[in-house]
Design a protein around this ligand. Structure first.
Ligand SMILES: Cc1cc2nc3c(=O)[nH]c(=O)nc-3n(C[C@H](O)[C@H](O)[C@H](O)COP(=O)(O)OP(=O)(O)OC[C@H]3O[C@@H](n4cnc5c(N)ncnc54)[C@H](O)[C@@H]3O)c2cc1C
Length: 424
């Protein structure tokens, strides 16, 4: 029930197909309570958290709908979101965003519509396997117990469903490792970013300022870039596995919180994690997430360091919105040395582009590891797994999308491909 799965289900159900939608997590209201428990009491639920549950990874997000896609289906996604309660202005904006608060409303209306169309929506239900007959996928295994006969299995698990990746690998589904990026999140006072970008702390007619930074190291061939910027938002611990820290950013529609944040990440190639098998990238991510967990004191606090101290060994102070909390740590211990080196080279470049970016008021928080999937589930021109006919990998976890909009569009494309089979 992330954007890929939701949009695929809607498209199929609107055309009259019989759809069962399974989601390992909970409906959005119950999920919100679990996530609050995690952020406030540090009670972690492996199936109901910032990554898993109704709405997928984007539920606790900035709800940015920007993407590099220029596909007619993007409009269909925006119109659908507006139909379910997203602000109408997203239809006109160059950089539309919904905000985490408004997304929750959209999700409830989305589910109502699916139920009205007869979709069998099952929460707390995990796809744990599948069966093959005559060379084609013919049934899904749910919660290790139930078999559900199907004609087509759309698989939209996101990039954090590591048990699902393991299950697919064990079943012989063709996967390949892919590049991704890892790094840190940076937080600055919103007013500082406004001052850099607008020349003034605030203006009633200007939104919280955004930025996008990129620098390529010609010698190493690596890119360092800002990612998923959340103006007036907050940093959150977005873990989906015990013993590992993953940070990300979210904001409400008004983007009026005190701090602005974004990820600063470095590209990681398959040869950086000695990709002997398709799951090597997952192990690489997990290793650094566990290092961050230890650096944070083994208690779900995120390790953090003033940006000046990360760069020059001293200076600055910690100021972070991160939930549940940050603790001071040496961030160079939480990332591979090539990532640390690239970040240290890129930061002065970023400061040249945005004077004041390297500031005593800036804080770095670790670690940002889930920028995109570390593997791809290979599929053919009909969007079907190359090894398993009738299995349709889609969305970010399959390696064909990055972000809410592109995941939703990919889900629509898969649904259309399935419907095409029935067109005479
Ligand atoms: C905190 C945060 C902020 C973000 N901010 C933005 C943003 O502002 N803009 C943007 O474009 N993107 C943002 N993203 C990224 C965006 O959320 C993802 O790119 C997008 O949600 C991917 O969609 P998806 O449908 O492919 O997968 P997901 O959204 O990850 O959904 C997958 C779903 O499948 C479920 N699932 C997994 N395995 C199983 C299984 N075996 N059985 C049953 N269910 C299963 C999961 O519980 C989940 O609900 C953010 C992500 C996070 C974590």
């Amino acid at each position: 029930m992330g954007p890929a799965g939701l949009f695929a289900a809607l498209q199929l159900a609107e055309t009259g197909a019989r759809v069962t939608l399974v989601e390992r997590g909970k409906p959005v209201a119950e999920r919100l309570a679990d996530v609050q428990d995690f952020w406030q009491q540090r009670v972690f639920n492996p199936d109901s958290n910032t990554q898993f549950g109704e709405g997928g990874a984007g539920t606790f997000s900035d709800g940015k709908l920007t993407s590099r896609l220029n596909h007619p289906l993007t409009h269909r996604v925006l119109e659908t979101l507006v139909r379910f309660g997203a602000p109408e202005e997203i239809l006109r904006q160059a950089k539309p965003h919904v905000g985490s608060d408004r997304l929750r409303v959209v999700l409830v209306n989305f589910r109502r519509q699916l139920l009205q169309l007869g979709v069998d929506v099952r929460f707390s239900t995990r796809l744990t396997g599948f069966q093959v007959s005559n060379g084609q996928v013919c049934a899904g295994e749910l919660n290790d117990t139930e078999l559900l006969e199907i004609e087509h299995l759309v698989l939209a698990p996101g990039h954090s469903a590591r048990d699902s990746y393991r299950m697919l690998s064990a079943a012989g589904v063709k996967l390949e490792p892919k590049a991704f990026a890892i790094g840190l999140r940076v937080e600055h006072p919103l007013e500082l970013i406004n001052r850099i970008q607008y020349g003034m702390q605030s203006h009633p007619q200007l939104p919280a300022a955004e930025y996008s930074l990129a620098w390529n190291n010609r010698q190493s061939g690596r890119g360092v870039y800002s990612f998923c910027m959340c103006p007036g938002g907050r940093v959150v611990n977005a873990a989906s596995e015990a013993g590992g820290i993953v940070v990300n950013g979210m904001s409400d529609f008004r983007r009026d919180a005190e701090l602005s944040n974004s990820a600063l990440v470095v590209t990681v190639r398959a040869d950086d994690f000695a990709a002997t098998d398709p799951l090597a990238g997952v192990r690489f991510q997990r290793h650094w997430e566990q290092r961050a967990f230890q650096a944070g004191g083994d208690s779900w606090s995120a390790p953090a360091q003033p940006l000046l101290e990360f760069l020059h060994g001293q200076g600055g102070r910690l100021h972070s919105s991160c939930l549940p909390q940050v603790v001071h740590a040496e961030l160079a211990d939480c990332l591979p040395s090539f990532v640390v080196d690239e970040l240290r080279r890129a930061l002065p470049q970023f400061d040249r582009r945005m004077r004041g970016f390297v500031s005593e008021q800036a804080t770095l928080i670790g670690v940002e590891t889930r920028t995109s999937a570390p593997l791809r589930i290979l599929r053919n021109a009909e969007y079907e797994s190359v090894s398993h006919p009738r299995l349709y990998p889609t969305g970010e976890g399959a390696g064909y999308a990055g972000g809410i909009m592109s995941a939703a569009v990919d889900g629509l494309k898969v649904a259309n491909s399935i419907l095409q089979r029935y067109t005479v």
